[in-house]
Design a protein around this ligand. Structure first.
Ligand SMILES: Cc1cc2nc3c(=O)[nH]c(=O)nc-3n(C[C@H](O)[C@H](O)[C@H](O)COP(=O)(O)OP(=O)(O)OC[C@H]3O[C@@H](n4cnc5c(N)ncnc54)[C@H](O)[C@@H]3O)c2cc1C
Length: 341
């Protein structure tokens, strides 16, 4: 389905399944381009079953370069522009990476494997985050990175879709093949539920804890070097903080005592006042991952499946939606993420 004339798009119906971050960005991008979009999700508007509900929402293409392929940084950097254009209020305060003395080697390795950062000394850290004064001797500051609050941003994107003329149908479970009989194009963004399309899809468990305290104030995500996982503390509204996230090859979505201890210890290591914080929520989401941990846009006649967003859904969704739209409008192929059958 290639369309060159924008004026003809209103007659082209596009059904998108899954209103998580991938589906939300695809729906909005297609609606703004003039397509007649309907977005379906089996969940209700609270979206508490979506992986997107549990995410940190970090938009950190340069930090992620430590453990990701260059394509993640390329698409992530493009996404930052698209987030800015769509939601100019998105905070781009940067990310801070800190380490205790015992994790110095990991910190140096992280610095070598990533770019676009400045090294900060203790005074510069305190100037940026006064709560951390006297606690760390040096840090890496990724000034161009941002973050969104997933539970606020999803409803915002859904509202923008409606404002752009699209329709959302919650509590509606769909089958892509059946929908393809009724629509010109189906975009399948079902996340982990799309195993019928991607049998090799797996869930990678990410556990997180939300706490509340008035005793610490942070303006940006703070990542703490950790031998096993990139642990972080992300400030949220009203003195809440999300502490994340483990990365475990398991599809059991309950949180283990061991993980909870590690997450809470990480927050305590960032600032001991987290020891007095109140626990608001403990939860886990399953990241939809393909064997290479890279995103895929699979094109098959009038069906396009977008999946494998793994730990980068918020970082990549805008750029992936743009690529899908460019394909549909102009037949452009991105060889790194697209697969045609
Ligand atoms: C703890 C944690 C922290 C994370 N932190 C970050 C981060 O900081 N930055 C980042 O970029 N990414 C992060 N991620 C990764 C990110 O959350 C995922 O990559 C992303 O949420 C995947 O989005 P998705 O839209 O593909 O899937 P989902 O969010 O799971 O959405 C799929 C939707 O499809 C719906 N659905 C499924 N089947 C059907 C059907 N048949 N009919 C109708 N609807 C259906 C589901 O109800 C669901 O709402 C994190 C993940 C976790 C778990």
């Amino acid at each position: 389905m290639h369309q060159n004339s924008a004026s003809s798009h209103a007659h082209q119906s596009v059904s998108i399944i899954g209103a998580g971050i991938a589906g939300a960005w695809h729906a909005l991008s297609f609606a703004k381009a003039g397509f007649a979009v309907t977005l379906f999700d089996r969940d209700d508007a609270s979206m508490t079953r979506a992986t997107s509900h549990f995410a940190g929402g970090m938009l950190a293409p340069w930090c992620e370069a430590e453990a990701s392929e260059p394509v993640i940084t390329r698409l992530g950097a493009r996404s930052l522009d698209l987030w800015r254009a769509e939601l100019p209020e998105t905070p781009f305060n940067g990310s801070l990476v800190i380490a205790h003395a015992r994790d110095r080697a990991d910190f140096d390795r992280f610095a070598r494997l990533t770019g676009e950062h400045d090294r900060l000394d203790a005074a510069a850290i305190a100037a940026l985050e006064p709560s951390l004064e006297g606690r760390f001797h040096d840090a890496l500051f990724f000034a161009r990175e941002g973050h969104v609050e997933p539970r606020h941003v999803l409803p915002k994107l859904h509202a923008r879709l409606t404002a752009a003329g699209g329709t959302i149908k919650f509590q509606t479970e769909c089958d892509p093949d059946e929908l393809a009989q009724q629509s010109n194009l189906v975009i399948d963004c079902r996340g982990l539920a799309a195993r019928d399309r991607f049998p090799e899809l797996r869930g990678v468990k990410g556990e997180m804890i939300i706490v509340h305290t008035d005793e610490v104030a942070l303006s940006r995500p703070v990542r703490l070097m950790h031998p096993r996982w990139p642990l972080y503390v992300i400030p949220r509204d009203d003195h809440h903080f999300m502490i994340g996230a483990t990365s475990i090859e398991s599809e059991d979505d309950r949180v283990s005592v061991r993980s909870a201890l590690e997450l809470l210890s990480a927050a305590y290591a960032v600032h001991p006042a987290f020891g007095e914080a109140r626990i608001v929520e403990i939860g886990a989401g399953l990241r939809p991952a393909l064997p290479d941990n890279l995103p895929r846009i699979a094109i098959e006649k009038s069906k396009i499946s977008v999946n494998g967003l793994y730990r980068h859904g918020f970082l990549l969704a805008p750029a992936l939606a743009e690529l899908t739209l460019n394909y549909v409008q102009r037949g452009e192929i991105d060889n790194e993420v697209m697969q045609c059958s």
